[in-house]
Design a protein around this ligand. Structure first.
Ligand code: F0G
Length: 473
């Protein structure tokens, strides 16, 4: 199954398993109770009660023997440790930026950048801001603006680069707000909130040229940069002969810096960094780093964590790893096709996104169809996914006072790196099919409690009007 594009490379695991962790299936009765206790929000279900955990691909991967070895040889010196030198040189080789600032994870890098560059009324365009990125922008009183090309909003369209930014929307943003309100433009590779879809080198080049013309730096949200580079190598004209390293070098040379959660393509359980070319921007971020995270050569991490990131970044560039990784995600998509489960097409780099509006058409957006699917998937299979729909993104329009729902209601099944086998993912596909079979017996949900922001993490829900989520047959 190649999603209508270039044939997928094999999904053969380029490793063998050295350490295993026992997981346990529990009973449906247990799961009913866990769901009720969690207020139908799977974030709150204890991980011991989950069979296959696809909540996130962030920090959930398996490290290699070489990474565990790096932990042992990590240098815990407070300043200018050997591990920082490795970390810095490895990042420079791939990303090429002048300043490398370690942070404990991605949002810390974002926080440093945003707190030192944004003010009330600033505007940050992106293809689509990830939820914590958006929240961090808004925390500064700034506007997080999504400029995704329309193709990226059509869940049924098969296209190679649905993460691409719309130059037209970007230009309109500059006209509307003026350059002085836009301190930088961001581009997220791959575009997590839009289905883990890649951004083409051609699009980045266009965005970069436009930014240069406007005199505004382009900053990457680079969490899944290697997966994005692999898609470019497989799908973009003229890139088949380039190595992953060459594609990364070419891509990052088009920007002036990046924020990075190493919990994704750094293949580690914790870590991140901020890279910048501009001396003043880097100095301001570093001053805040010392205040919030730690000395500039460890930034909230242990020396051993820096060493594991350096090794992880070397491993993630391996084409065999990337072919297996993205092939495994595509393989899950192929299983879902066989079983008639609708998902955002084509499959992305790190996840499959079930299209809950198509799967459960009887549930209106105001009753959270994607959250219903997520809860039902846990109930049926002990599988944990995450809602990316109205629970996460619904908001009131400040001008009209009307509730605005997102364009798509998705359930993301994010695949941790090097963790689950094909057989386990076949089981996930079958569990999704069982949710589809429940169909109209599934009832909508309503919110009973929510925090002031980022409500999807902790909101509590119940079946609309109370009672059971699955109506008796
Ligand atoms: N940017 C993107 C595109 C992300 O996907 C994430 C995290 C971040 C920034 C923030 O990084 O978690 O290290 O602070 N995404 C995770 C997810 C949480 O589940 O997709 P962080």
């Amino acid at each position: 199954m190649d999603n209508g594009m270039k044939p997928l490379a094999h999904t053969f695991e380029p490793y063998r398993i050295k350490v295993v962790e026992k997981i346990q299936r529990n009973s449906r009765e247990d799961r009913v109770q866990h769901l009720r206790d969690a207020g139908y929000n799977v974030f709150k279900v204890p991980s011991a009660a989950i069979y296959v955990d696809l909540l996130t691909d962030s920090g959930t991967g398996a490290m290699s023997d070489m990474q565990w070895a790096a932990l042992m040889t990590g240098d815990e010196a407070y300043a200018y440790s050997k591990s920082f030198a490795e970390f810095e040189s490895c990042i420079r080789e791939i990303f090429g930026y002048k300043h490398v600032i370690p942070t404990h994870q991605g949002r810390a890098a974002e926080g440093l950048l945003f707190a030192t560059t944004l003010k009330e009324g600033s505007v940050v365009p992106n293809n689509i801001h990830f939820d914590t990125t958006r929240a961090n922008v808004e925390h500064q009183g700034a506007i997080a603006l999504d400029c995704i090309a329309d193709a990226g909003l059509d869940p049924t369209l098969e296209a190679p680069f649905k993460g691409d930014m719309s130059l037209k929307k970007l230009a309109t943003a500059f006209e509307k707000y003026g350059t002085e309100r836009i301190p930088f433009v961001m581009i997220t590779i791959t575009n997590n909130s839009g289905g883990g879809q890649p951004v083409s080198l051609a699009n980045v080049r266009e965005v970069s040229d436009f930014c240069k013309k406007m005199g505004v730096p382009l900053i990457f949200d680079a969490c899944r940069f290697a997966e994005n580079a692999w898609f470019i190598q497989q799908r973009e004209e003229g890139c088949a002969e380039k190595t992953i390293m060459e594609i990364c070098n070419e891509m990052f040379a088009l920007g002036e810096g990046c924020t990075m959660s190493a919990k994704k393509d750094g293949l580690v359980n914790i870590g991140g960094f901020l890279c910048l070319n501009d001396d003043t921007m880097a100095q301001n971020a570093t001053n805040l780093l010392i205040l919030r995270e730690g000395f500039p050569t460890y930034g909230g991490l242990a020396g051993r964590d820096l060493a594991a990131v350096a090794q992880g970044l070397r491993e993630v560039m391996d084409p065999d790893y990337l072919a297996y990784r993205i092939g495994q995600v595509a393989r899950l998509g192929a299983r879902l096709d066989e079983l008639g489960v609708p998902y955002l097409r084509p499959t992305g780099g790190h996840a499959v996104y079930i299209d809950a509006m198509t799967a459960l058409p009887h549930i209106p957006q105001s009753q959270f169809p994607a959250q219903v699917f997520t809860a039902a998937l846990y109930l049926e299979g002990g599988v944990r996914g995450v809602e990316i729909g109205s629970l996460m993104f619904e908001h009131r329009d400040p001008d009209t006072g009307q509730m605005v729902h997102p364009a798509m209601e998705l359930v993301r099944l994010a695949i941790p790196r090097r963790v689950y086998t094909h057989t386990q993912l076949d089981y996930v596909a079958e569990s999704c099919a069982r949710v589809m079979e429940m169909g109209e017996r599934l009832r909508g949900l309503e919110v009973t409690w929510e925090p002031p922001s980022l409500r999807h993490f902790t909101a509590q829900l119940q079946p609309v009007g109370g009672g059971r989520m699955v109506a008796e047959a």
